[in-house]
Every structure is written in C-alpha cells, then in structure tokens.
Design a protein around this ligand. Structure first.
Ligand code: 48H
Length: 259
C-alpha cells in the first residue's frame, strides 16, 4: 500500500532539509559543467562544504554534446591522470589525443563529486551575489530557473559562502553581474573588465586556461570557459582536458585560501 501524500511529504521534507543545511557553506559553485564538477570534488575532498547551483535540468554543461553532437570528447595527455582518477575510460587515438564517451564522462564526474559530499541543486540559477561591507563576495543570490525563464517578478533568496566559484561557461554569468553591480569595480584582468573570449585556437586556449583560472575579484573565482572569457583566452572546441585541469586548479587555489 503506497500513500501518495507520504511520497510528497518525503520529497518536500528531505529537499528542504538539504536546502536549509546549505544556507551557510564554504564554497558555492555556479554551474555543473566539467570544470565546476571537478572543482567541487576536490573541494569536498578537502572537507570544504561545497554546493553547486545548476541552471538546467541536466548536469554536465557543454560536455554532454561532445563536438557538434557527436557525443565523444577529446582529452590530452596532460589531463589523462584526471580522467583516470575519475575512472573515465579513454581510448588512445594518437599520441597525446584520447577519446572518451561524453555521457560516461559527465556521469562519472558527477558521481565522484556527489560521493565526495557535494550537493548539486539543479533547476536553480545564480542571479546575483551577496557582498559584505567591503564589497567582498560572500554568497549567492538564487532563484528557480523557471522563474527566470518566465520573467516572473519573484524575489530571489540568498545563500552564504566563504567564496563563490563561477563555472558558468562562455557567459561567465556571475562575473558579468558583479561587473554590472559593484561600483567602480576592477576585476583581476588586464583591463579590469571582462576581456571577452577569443576565436578558436585549441593549443593556446588550453594553455592559457591555467593562468586565467584565478580569484578574479575578492571572494569570486573563475574556472573553465568562464575563466578564458573573463581574461581574453581563446576558445578550444571539444577538447576537455583544460576544463578538468582548470577545475582542479581552482580547487587548489580556494583550498589554499580557505585552509
Ligand atoms: C547556475 C548556470 C548559470 C547560472 C550557466 O559551459 P559549461 O560546460 O562550463 P565549463 O567551463 O565547465 O566547460 C566548458 C565546455 O563545456 C565548453 O563549452 C567548451 C570546452 N567550449 C569550447 C568552445 O570552443 O566552445 O557548463 C556551464 C554550466 C551549464 O550547465 C549551465 O547551465 C550552467 O553552468 N549555468 N548555473 N547559475 N547563472 N549560468
């Protein structure tokens, strides 16, 4: 005998418990793409309480679609130790080029992150940040993606963290909002503003990504494609080693700062 109202109550109570438990955390990550998922796993491994807000229904961001919907990805030698660590199967295509199944990659990045203690809230968008009296970022302002899509006038709610990591991909949407809203802001970029992503060059794009992954503003970090978009790095197409390495690097920088 199954009671529908008990099913409903179980979902509401357990979800609210997790949400309330996440009101104050160490790190809030915006975006569950590859860089955000990798960063979250290493942060949680270091015992930092880490949550991810993901705008979409699905996790994995641009990794799920591989290259032009051929759902395989490429990873270079340098990042293979990370795919190995996450138990993602790779096949050597040529020296320095490995392929992996995009769905398997997303599934395993996600599974490892969750096993490490990360909580992922999907269907929720980060629409703003919380700042302290010195304009340091110390939390995220969130709303249901459905509210955002329907352009409903519904106020958001706020979650507190020691820092925020923007892994929202090409749009760098958290950095963009901070740039709009904090008076006289100077980002940690050459012009102090968002430089914008450059056209395709896989070699340069992957290389520069490790330098563009950083604390871009007090309390606000960037990794993945958002990092290259902020600091004027090249795009690199469907090679994902840089995204994994960038997530790992962001976690290292944050762990050093917070521990
Ligand atoms: C919550 C949000 C918000 C928001 C967006 O784009 P992603 O896959 O991000 P990365 O940087 O980890 O990986 C980039 C890679 O997928 C890619 O696009 C590459 C390599 N491109 C190269 C090229 O040449 O084009 O994932 C970002 C995630 C997505 O799931 C979004 O839905 C989510 O962030 N997101 N989540 N609040 N405001 N904005």
């Amino acid at each position: 005998m199954l009671d529908e109202t008990i099913i409903t109550q179980a979902i509401i109570e357990s979800y609210l418990k997790e949400l309330i438990n996440s009101l104050k955390v160490d790190v809030i990550i915006a975006g569950a793409g590859p860089s955000g998922l990798v960063a979250s796993k290493y942060l949680a491994d270091a015992n930092l309480k880490t949550i991810i807000f993901e705008r979409k229904l699905s996790v994995g961001g641009g990794m799920l679609g591989g290259g032009m919907m051929f759902n395989n990805i490429v990873v270079q030698e340098e990042a293979k130790r990370i795919t190995d660590e996450f138990n993602i199967k790779t096949i050597k295509f040529k020296e320095n080029y490995y392929t992996a199944d995009a769905i398997e990659s997303v599934a395993k990045l996600t599974s490892r992150a969750i096993d490490a203690g990360v909580k992922i809230f999907n269907l929720i968008s980060v629409e703003d940040v919380k700042i302290d009296k010195n304009f340091r970022v110390n939390g995220a302002v969130i709303n249901w993606t459905s509210v955002e899509m329907a352009k409903l006038h519904v106020d958001p709610m706020t979650f507190e963290s020691k820092c925020v990591l923007d892994t929202t991909g090409h749009d760098a949407s958290v950095v963009s909002v901070v740039l709009r809203k904090i008076p006289n802001i100077r980002l940690n970029t050459p012009s102090g503003k968002i430089e914008g992503e450059l056209s395709m060059n896989a070699e340069l794009g992957e290389k520069v990504l490790l330098d563009t992954t950083k604390e871009i503003y007090p309390g606000l970090y960037v990794a993945g494609m958002a990092a290259n978009a902020c600091s004027g790095g090249q795009r690199m197409g469907p090679i994902f080693g840089g995204m994994l390495l960038s997530g790992e690097k962001a976690a290292k920088i944050i762990i050093n700062k917070l521990k």
